[in-house]
Design a protein around this ligand. Structure first.
Ligand code: AMP
Length: 120
C-alpha cells in the first residue's frame, strides 16, 4: 500500500487539522484521540511517512522506532497514567481494525482497561 499524504494524521502533522497535543519532539507527535474509548486516550505517531506497523517495522530507522516507543511512554506520563497503568494498542490492517493508514499507537488508561479483546 502506498502512503496517502491526505490521511488524517498526515494532515495533522502539516497543521491542516488541529490537535490536542500531549507530547511532541522532532520524531513523534502525541495527541488526544478525538473519540476517546477510555478516560485517557492518546494517539502517538511517528512523523515519518509509514502506512502501518508492517511498513514501520520494515522501513523505519532504529532511531525512529526507538523514538516512537519512547513517545508512547511519554504520552502516558504526560497524561498522568504512567504510574496507575495503561494499555497500548496498535491496530494493523483490516482485521486489526486500522482506520487511518499512518502508523499509530493508542495509549489508553484512567481506569481498569478490562478484558484484552472483545470478539466481533
Ligand atoms: P485506528 O482505528 O487504530 O486507525 O484509530 C484511528 C483513531 O484516530 C480513532 O481512535 C479515531 O478516533 C482517531 N481520530 C480520527 N481523527 C482524529 C483527529 N482529527 N484527531 C484525533 N484523533 C482522531
Amino acid at each position: 500500500m502506498a502512503y496517502d499524504d491526505n490521511n488524517v494524521f498526515a494532515r495533522i502533522l502539516r497543521g491542516e487539522i488541529p490537535n490536542d497535543t500531549v507530547h511532541e519532539d522532532d520524531q513523534v507527535l502525541a495527541f488526544k484521540d478525538i473519540n476517546p474509548q477510555a478516560p485517557v486516550h492518546n494517539v502517538v505517531i511517528p512523523k515519518g511517512r509509514y502506512t502501518g506497523l508492517n511498513d514501520f517495522a520494515e522501513n523505519a530507522t532504529d532511531a525512529e522506532i526507538a523514538a516512537w516507543v519512547r513517545g508512547l511512554a511519554k504520552a502516558a506520563k504526560e497524561t498522568g497514567v504512567a504510574e496507575s497503568g495503561y494499555r497500548v494498542i496498535v491496530n494493523s490492517g483490516a482485521d486489526g481494525g486500522q482506520e487511518i493508514d499512518h502508523v499509530h499507537g493508542h495509549v489508553m488508561g484512567g481506569g481498569p482497561m478490562g478484558p484484552m479483546v472483545a470478539k466481533g
